[in-house]
Ligand binder design. Structure first.
Ligand SMILES: [Zn+2]
Length: 146
């Protein structure tokens, strides 16, 4: 069940943090927003409602596990969740730790910048992400996700 023209079928889509049978978690490569993760469903489906009830619950539980790891590890001002898929219609959730100092806060990260990128703060955040990756992998390495 995949689509040869789809980048999320062809490639992980970022640095692989965790791989389960039905989904993976990747860390996106977004320079101004280093704590930017995605939960990518393995099968090529466009919408959350394409999944059966059990898989919808699994997908959202994975999103929550990533959110919780971000909260515990980074104490962000807010966590942003988004499933757009307008450009790549393959089900994936963006899970992004947002901080009141980030370049776009409180606007959406796809909105207009509110201030210049704070390179020092971004670098300090990026340095903490190996621990976040480990926390995400630990949280998901339980039988209900595998
Ligand atoms: Zn796909």
């Amino acid at each position: 069940m995949n689509d040869a023209s789809c980048p999320l079928c062809a490639d992980a889509g970022g640095a692989l943090v965790f791989q389960a049978e039905k989904f993976r978690v990747i860390r996106a490569q977004e320079a101004a927003f280093p704590a930017f993760y995605r939960v990518v469903w393995t099968a090529h489906v466009a919408e959350l409602s394409d999944l059966d009830l059990e898989d919808r619950a699994l997908c959202m539980a994975a999103v929550c596990a990533v959110e919780q790891a971000l909260r515990e590890q980074l104490q962000p001002t807010k966590v942003n969740l988004a499933a757009l898929g307008n450009v790549v219609p393959h089900l994936h959730w963006h899970v992004v730790a947002r901080f009141d100092w980030d370049s776009h806060f409180p606007a959406p990260l796809w909105g207009s910048p509110q201030r210049p990128v704070d390179g020092t703060a971004v670098a300090a955040l990026a340095a903490r992400l190996d621990a976040v990756d480990d926390a995400i992998a630990r949280a998901l390495s339980v039988s209900c996700f595998l």
